[in-house]
Design a protein around this ligand. Structure first.
Ligand code: HEM
Length: 411
């Protein structure tokens, strides 16, 4: 039996105006609730930490959007604004053996050893960006940390890992912003998808002619030697997944951490003192309290699934609301809304869980624990140049951060 919630389903906001207000409403609606996605598409959300932790490991859910009844019944709007984050052909939308095949091709490049090997280059990128910040101060005396630090840092790192030539960096940055912008409509959705395909094809052509030690070159070899291991569509889609997921999220982590620290000077002072593990604690608490990923539509019920007395019918889609579970009082207690780097329970779901746990978690954490102390210790008088509520949020249901973060570097 399907038990529908008594209240009207919550419409998830494509413009991301208030991720945490929305997250509180989701928790308030109960452990499992109906939601309406942008474009008027119905789905479900599992809003509590423990229930979501179990769901992402549950073999009764699929990651394959093709199994969603709205897809098989052709009910999704044309040029849907979530197309770029749902209708993909890579590990993100694969189950079982197919998932393992597509994931292994990438995880080989993200082992602890490969991430450690990136450290010298990471240090160099961070040092250059930190040093150059004063050169980018605008006429009003502020500098935008998003544009001149948090964006280029993970973009450069992921492009290094993928062997993306410099002339494609800004195109990848702009296309990523477009895919995560859920307010875009119509032809713009379609054009973004075509441009992504063109750009990934250009990357593959470049690396076929200039073979290197990067992930793109290694995937090209895999496909050449074993075409059934990686189709052309899977190759382009995998490269795009790593390029986009590999920098937008880490950008948000850096921005949200700086914002949280500037709002909580006592905790910033504690981190600056540099006791072992405090920058790691800043990173983990930011991931929990203001994680880079808000609401992500990722799973389809294969059979009727009952959670906390509510049945999600087979064929329906489920949203993982990571912002809501990050502040779940049942998991983190009455002070779940408080940013506290000394919090004992450091476990969170910001990187997902189960077989689809983020492949880039190690790299993202390494980038953040390298970048944050370098930045915050180089500019001990840094402060926000605007009121904390002024920065505009990213126009996204999924990507949780702000578009700009103007700060003053000097007193
Ligand atoms: C998957 C978050 C950084 C690549 C995921 C998922 C989450 C996530 C929540 C699972 C989504 C789901 O529920 O289905 C984050 C956060 C990051 C980050 C918060 C930064 C702070 C990265 C980086 C890379 C990356 C740096 C690439 C190097 C991926 C890939 C998947 C994934 C390929 C799909 C894994 C699979 O389906 O098996 N990430 N991510 N992510 N992430 Fe990340």
């Amino acid at each position: 039996m399907t038990v529908l919630a008594e209240h009207d389903p919550l419409h998830l906001d494509p413009s991301g105006r208030d991720h945490h207000g929305e997250a509180a409403c989701l928790r308030e609606a109960g452990p499992v609730t109906r939601v309406i996605l942008p474009g008027g598409v119905p789905a479900w959300a599992v809003t509590r930490h423990d229930e979501l932790r179990d769901l992402v490991r549950d073999p009764r859910v699929s990651k394959d959007w093709r199994r969603w009844s709205a897809v098989t019944n052709n009910l999704l709007p044309e040029n849907w604004s979530l197309t770029g984050v749902v209708k993909v052909t890579n590990m993100f939308s694969a189950d079982g053996e197919q998932h393992r095949r597509l994931r292994t091709a990438v995880t080989n490049a993200l082992t602890p050893q490969s991430v450690r090997a990136l450290q010298p280059r990471l240090d160099e990128i961070v040092a250059t960006l930190v040093r150059d910040l004063p050169r980018n101060i605008s006429e009003d005396g502020s500098v935008d940390l998003c544009r001149y630090f948090a964006n280029p840092l993970p973009l450069n790192v992921i492009c290094e890992l993928l062997g993306v030539p410099e002339y494609l960096h800004s195109r990848i940055r702009d296309l990523t912003a477009s895919v995560f912008d859920h307010t875009i409509q119509g032809d713009q959705v379609n054009n973004t998808q075509k441009e992504i395909l063109r750009t990934m094809a250009e990357l593959v052509t470049y690396r076929s002619d200039n073979h290197g030690k990067d992930l793109t070159s290694s995937l090209i070899v895999t496909r050449r030697e074993n075409p059934e291991l990686l189709t052309e569509e899977e190759l382009y889609s995998t490269l795009w997944l790593v390029a986009s997921a590999g920098h937008e999220t880490t950008r948000n982590l850096l921005v949200n951490a700086v914002r949280a620290l500037l709002k909580h000077p006592g905790q910033l002072a504690m981190a600056r003192e540099g006791a072992t593990g405090t920058w790691e604690a800043v990173v983990e608490e930011t991931l929990r309290w203001d994680g880079p990923v808000g609401n992500i539509l990722t799973r389809v019920a294969l059979v009727d699934i009952t959670i906390a007395d509510v049945t999600i019918p087979a064929g329906e889609a489920i949203v993982a609301p990571y912002s809501a579970v990050g502040r779940d009082p049942l998991k983190y207690g009455e002070d779940a809304e408080r940013f506290d780097i000394t919090r004992k329970d450091k476990k969170h779901m910001a990187f997902g869980g189960g077989p689809h746990f983020c492949v880039g978690a190690l790299l993202a954490r390494r980038e953040a624990v390298t970048a944050l102390p370098a930045l915050m210790c180089a500019y001990p008088h840094m402060r926000l140049a605007v009121d904390d509520t002024a920065p505009k949020p990213l126009p996204s249901m999924l990507s949780n951060s702000v578009m700009e973060l103007p700060v003053h570097l000097m007193p």
